[in-house]
Design a protein around this ligand. Structure first.
Ligand code: SF4
Length: 284
């Protein structure tokens, strides 16, 4: 059995950078309050909790004056103000690519555009962006979500950084046919595109693809969709413990891809598990 890892795959620049800042802060303060899970990966969260991370959902849960951490997804100006009322010790791990979307949304709002945010309405990154987008902004995840009434006025588009290019293309095409004036910023980040392309390139060369990453990770889910869309049997796992011998049996070439929130150590564990499966005594 040959095991090939998609390149690039796993932790993206933004999450790696945020985790580094978080770990440095944990070393300095011993304990830090993270606003939302800093990474969509339960195994990594458990490791960080053991180092002193306490995950909370709202600024009101941060004890006054205690250090707080903003994850790579970023937050809205309103939530940031709420946090600043609780503490001045804020470690900001907002990814620069997410910051760029927030700035583009604020710019379009200022220029009088009605904002369409292409993305998943429930995703924290999108909720943060909406805080910059102004009243009347809407979230669209498919063409049928596009609201009526765009024939007048100006429509601006930004996109959740982890969306599939094809989703943005379809929505922009439909908007172009309806909106009186349209201004689009493609804010899908290069890390996402590169990881999606790596899966597309690897899928035709393997008998099966294992995608490792949190089940709550949107970008991992997109990699699974892409791999399945290439017609290759695809297994989505969070941890190498979930690997069943039956699935790999009969497959000579296995591909591995990992979401942008999957830490290196989980990928490494999966490779070791596959290597032991290849050699029952783990020695050849
Ligand atoms: S996927 Fe892109 S935008 Fe999101 S954290 Fe990673 S580098 Fe930043």
């Amino acid at each position: 059995m040959k095991v090939t890892v998609a390149r690039p795959t796993g932790l993206c620049f933004g999450v790696r950078r945020a985790l580094l800042e978080l770990e440095n802060a944990l070393k300095e303060h011993g304990r830090i309050y993270g606003l939302g899970s800093p990474i969509h990966n339960p195994q990594e969260i458990e490791r960080l909790q053991n180092l002193g991370l306490i995950v909370v959902e709202t600024p009101g849960e941060v004890p006054s004056g205690q250090p707080a951490f903003i994850r790579a997804h970023g937050i809205s100006p309103e939530v940031r103000d709420g946090l600043a009322c609780r503490t001045q010790l804020i470690v900001d791990g907002t990814c620069p690519f997410v910051r760029n979307v927030q700035e583009k949304a604020a710019f379009l709002k200022q220029e009088g555009y009605r904002l369409v945010v292409v993305g998943d309405a429930a995703h924290p990154e999108v909720q943060g962006i909406l805080g910059y987008a102004g009243n009347g902004a809407c979230v669209v995840s498919r063409v049928s979500d596009i609201p009526a009434g765009l024939e007048k006025g100006k429509t601006g588009v930004v996109c959740q950084t982890t969306q599939k290019v094809s989703v943005l293309q379809d929505i922009v095409q439909a908007l172009a046919a309806r909106a009186a004036e349209l201004r689009v910023y493609n804010t899908i980040c290069s890390a996402t595109l590169e990881r999606q392309r790596a899966v597309m390139e690897l899928a035709p060369r393997v008998d099966g693809m294992i995608v490792i990453g949190g089940r709550n990770s949107a970008n991992t889910g997109k990699l699974v969709e892409i791999s399945k869309g290439c017609g290759v049997p695809t297994l989505w796992i969070e941890h190498s413990d979930e690997l069943e011998g039956g699935w790999i049996q009969g497959k000579e070439k296995i591909g591995i891809a990992a979401g942008a929130s999957t830490p290196d150590w989980l990928i490494q564990e999966l490779i070791s598990t596959l290597e032991s499966a290849r050699s029952p005594r783990g020695k050849d």
